[in-house]
Design a binder for this molecule. Sequence first.
Ligand SMILES: Cc1cc2nc3c(=O)[nH]c(=O)nc-3n(C[C@H](O)[C@H](O)[C@H](O)COP(=O)(O)OP(=O)(O)OC[C@H]3O[C@@H](n4cnc5c(N)ncnc54)[C@H](O)[C@@H]3O)c2cc1C
Length: 467
Amino acid sequence: MTILSSPIGADYRPATAAAIQALADSGVPVHLPGTEAYAALTGTSNLLKAISPVAVVAARGADDISGTLRLAATAGVQVAVQGTGHGATETMQDAILVSTTALDEVTIHADERWARIGAGVKWAAVLAACGPHGLAGLAGSSPDVGVVGYLTGGGLGPVARTHGLASDTVRAFELVTGDGEFRRVTAASHPDLFWGLRGGKGSLGIVTAVEIDLVDQPEIYAGALWFAAADAAAVIRTWSQWCELLPEEGTTSIAVMRLPDLPIFPEPLRATMSVSVRFAWTGDPAVGEEMIRAIRSVAAPLIDTVQAMPYSSLGDVHSDPVEPMPLHEHHSLLHSFGADGAERLLELVGPDAQTAQAMVEVRQLGGKVRDDRGVPSAFPHRDAAYSLFTIGVMIPEIAQVVTADTARVHGGLADWALTGGLPNFTDTAGPQWVERVFPPEVARRLQMLSLVYDPDAVLLGARGLRS
Ligand SMILES: Cc1cc2nc3c(=O)[nH]c(=O)nc-3n(C[C@H](O)[C@H](O)[C@H](O)COP(=O)(O)OP(=O)(O)OC[C@H]3O[C@@H](n4cnc5c(N)ncnc54)[C@H](O)[C@@H]3O)c2cc1C
């Protein structure tokens, strides 16, 4: 049976065309450019990161992925992986893309507090399935993000200071490594891969399913306080001191916003500057209310959504827009912030500053993020105190200044910065990703694993390790 959605382009390298034809002939669903399925499976949420692989394999399971990796290795073609397209960074034009969207299993083992999740599943489905049991998976700020893409990069969510990194909750990965072998990986069975898959993203294999521990967290006291530009200085100054006092039950970030005039944003926030304090409290809601009072009392918020809510509504804390937009994103890590950092942030992006950033977020880390539970992983920089993340919208009026302005903002906070970045927040494009993200000893260990498990360097995700 041949499942090939359209004829192979005449411009393909003969070896590439032969590999795609052989895959299709073996019954693997392969979609080529120009078809609806190809368009649907290659969508990306950042319109600047459009991808154009030579073909898309709509994987139905490990066998399809294994066959793809083996044939691609023979043909000298690289293989990429995508679930949602939220983390796309490479154009992939010479690679075959494995799409995991069909791997949609979500099984909750409520009594034993763990879940088995297919590689194509988004956090929204896990939150919904866990909610009725009062259990929680450690999702990130947006439930639209894929579980596996997020977990392989560490996974730093709105309750991270209480419950730690999501990747530290992994019990097992099932994956096809670059050599085409299917493996079930646990801390006991393959300590080396188990270490590398938690932080190394798609550099060692294509995950088909993951099993994670769930935590007891039926509710949180959480949401966001949005303030007007006139109150920005007071709010940022107070936040910078308040968060240093916050116990581990609280996780917070502050975001200076200049949102475009689009109907997806609430009216008082459109086409104006605002400041959002995000807060999630995992302990007693009454204590959480007491904790946030110091921020609430700085000024009257434009919007106040902080309240007791089911954990499954976690996405309401950040309310990240997920509509496709052309975005320029950049990330740094900070060793401290404090009162001096707040003053510098105000100089750089406060109400009197000229900036092209739609969002400048300072996220407090620390707490349980530092704790690897005695099972080390490739996730780097656990000791960083804050993450700085900027997003500029590349609309025609400001596109040319966004890049320079990004350098100005991150450069302006250089005195607070650490070398390195977090795997999920750092653009993985190009061969330098590993150098940008990992300390040299972590990079070398990942390189060694890549040589063992992906001898032909067939995984596009390993390009930073093998160049
Ligand atoms: C709106 C938004 C909010 C976010 N918030 C947070 C946050 O709070 N905390 C945080 O830590 N991150 C956050 N992120 C970053 C996000 O975790 C990464 O971009 C992640 O890579 C997205 O995974 P995905 O599966 O949705 O994307 P995809 O585009 O499907 O995949 C991105 C990458 O993940 C890896 N990957 C995906 N599937 C597999 C697989 N089956 N096997 C092996 N590797 C795979 C690959 O390296 C792939 O290139 C956010 C991103 C967005 C867009």
